[in-house]
Ligand binder design. Structure first.
Ligand code: SAH
Ligand code: SF4
Ligand code: F3S
Length: 481
């Protein structure tokens, strides 16, 4: 996509000042190095990107992969590679712990098997000073560290590292500009994420995202639509519009555009058959949006609507700007307009000050809303967020016991709901060859549930009408009709 011919770049001159030309210049420079590597070793260098965290990181990894492929790296899944890049997440402490463990493991591979291996770290964790300090101190074999605001500069930073050696660290506190038109390597050929905005301004009191992703910035609608058109031309039929709070899309643009308006424009893009989005914040999900979704033929009737807690008192401490009653009323309006909508959510258990009574409010809300599925998290204090300094931190064993009760209730409800379409015929977008069962493929219904049915690789990326024979909890077994 949007490829600039690297062979036409004047590499004798000094690097261009403007983006994205500057990055293409450094891609060409790195490619010279890759060619030397190939001549010396008789093979192209392998690169492996491991992604932690959310859809934003997955999208960033596609961009990083696009840059590495343009340079000439061969992308692989195994960490026994010549360049290993971890795109990290810091939303909960266990995400961080996992990353430290993996870096230690990489260090051992580098020492024993491949001293020329380059190890790079980027993403949300790297925006935290104490993390970078710890890596500099305890993992000196790391070659490159960058953050969330300069992923587009991978080629430039890599070039600097190749020439200077040692550990190159470049973290920026805010994004200076939104750099468009760099290469991107899609994970699937038929579905893609599209960023509509970056950052977050909500400052929910438990959440570190606004600190590591910076202030909210929307992309221009024309750029988003153009990206969708290009994706469609290349065979993509399903897009997921991405942002931390998609409902506040467009408010800061020169000519403001609402999210509902953006969706209406997106719907006009020929070739796109399914549109999804993540994540809407309940506090400003508009009636206009519900209306647009209900009327649309392309916007999937699935809403991931994070509630976080069912207690209005806790929601206030969380700085979520809605009450339990507001949320239930919103769900009522959504269901009235779209009776077939599938609702999913995120819930945090054990937020500071949460009492048994507060927790029972969450249990009650879950029983009333009846989610198709829910992600539940144990509260994890994040340094620098207001909640981490609040009184009444909940003991781990109490939080865990509540967590188990909540999961039990959510599972029971989703099992009841999941079977409701048994016997119906529905359209499935085939995503993968089924790894567990030979001769089967796996696809997704509009409401995001998975379906396994007999088929082969010819069906990948195709829409198939499938009869839903039996529900197995979180997925269906089906048969093509
Ligand atoms: N922007 C999205 C969510 C981003 S983070 C939204 O507003 O809903 C994804 C989920 O991680 C959150 O919905 C929340 O449930 C969970 N989360 C965030 N910070 C957390 C923390 N400190 N401890 C536990 N879970 C957390
Ligand atoms: Fe975090 Fe809240 Fe922003 Fe979501 S809306 S990213 S939970 S601060
Ligand atoms: Fe994690 Fe960063 Fe996403 S902290 S959840 S990867 S925005």
């Amino acid at each position: 996509m949007n490829e600039i011919d690297l062979d036409k770049i004047d590499m004798m001159g000094s690097p261009p000042e403007h983006e994205p030309e500057r990055q293409y210049y450094f891609m060409a420079k790195c490619r010279e190095w890759v060619r030397e590597f190939e001549q010396k070793n008789g093979r192209y260098p392998l690169a492996c990107i491991q992604t932690f965290g959310c859809q934003m990181n997955a999208k960033d990894s596609e961009k990083l992969s696009g840059i590495l492929t343009t340079i000439g790296y061969v992308v692989t899944d195994t960490e026994k590679a010549d360049f290993v890049l971890y795109n990290t997440c810091t939303v909960r402490e266990n995400a961080n712990t996992r990353v430290y463990g993996r870096i230690g493991y990489l260090g051992r591979i580098k020492r024993k098997e491949n001293p020329g291996m380059k190890i790079a770290l980027c993403g949300c964790m790297m925006q935290e000073e104490h993390v970078v300090a710890k890596i500099q101190h305890s993992y000196p074999f790391v070659d490159l560290i960058f953050g969330t605001h300069n992923i587009y500069k991978l080629a430039e930073l890599l070039y600097r590292q190749i020439n200077a050696g040692g550990m190159v660290v470049e973290i920026e506190q805010e994004s200076r500009e939104i750099v468009e038109e760099l290469p991107s390597e899609l994970k699937y050929g038929f579905k893609a994420g599209v960023n509509i905005m970056y950052g977050c301004n909500n400052f929910c009191s438990y959440c570190i995202v606004p600190y590591v992703r910076g202030r909210e910035r929307s992309r221009r609608a024309v750029d988003i639509i153009q990206e969708m058109e290009e994706l469609a031309k290349n065979g993509v039929t399903e897009v997921m519009l991405l942002g931390q709070n998609v409902n506040s899309y467009g408010k800061t643009l020169e000519t403001p555009v609402s999210f509902a308006e953006l969706l209406q424009r997106a719907e006009q893009v020929e070739g796109i058959r399914r549109i999804r989005f993540m994540t809407p914040h309940p506090k400003d999900l508009s009636d206009e949006l519900i209306d647009v979704m209900a009327k649309s033929k392309k916007i999937c009737h699935h809403l991931h609507l994070p509630v976080q807690s069912g207690s209005s008192r806790i929601l206030k401490l969380m700085n979520r700007h809605y009450t339990k009653e507001d949320y239930l009323a919103l769900v009522g309006r959504i269901r009235a307009a779209m009776p077939d909508v599938a609702l999913t959510t995120d819930i945090i258990v054990g937020f500071p000050g949460e009492t048994e009574e507060d927790f029972m409010e969450t249990m009650d809300l879950v029983a009333r809303v009846r989610y198709h599925s829910a992600y539940t998290f144990l509260y994890s204090p994040r340094g620098g967020t207001p909640a981490a300094a609040m009184d009444g931190q909940v003991l781990e064993e109490i939080a865990k016991e509540r967590y188990d009760r909540l999961i039990g209730r959510i599972r029971a409800i989703s099992q009841e709901l999941a079977g409701e379409d048994t016997g119906k015929t529905a359209e499935v977008l085939v995503e993968e060859i089924n790894a567990q069962r030979e001769g089967f493929v796996t696809g997704r219904l509009e409401n995001n549930l998975l379906v396994h049915f007999p088929g082969n690789e010819k069906l990948l990326g195709k829409y198939v009408r499938v009869k839903l024979l039996e529900c197995m909890g979180f997925y269906y077994m089906g048969a093509p009709v």
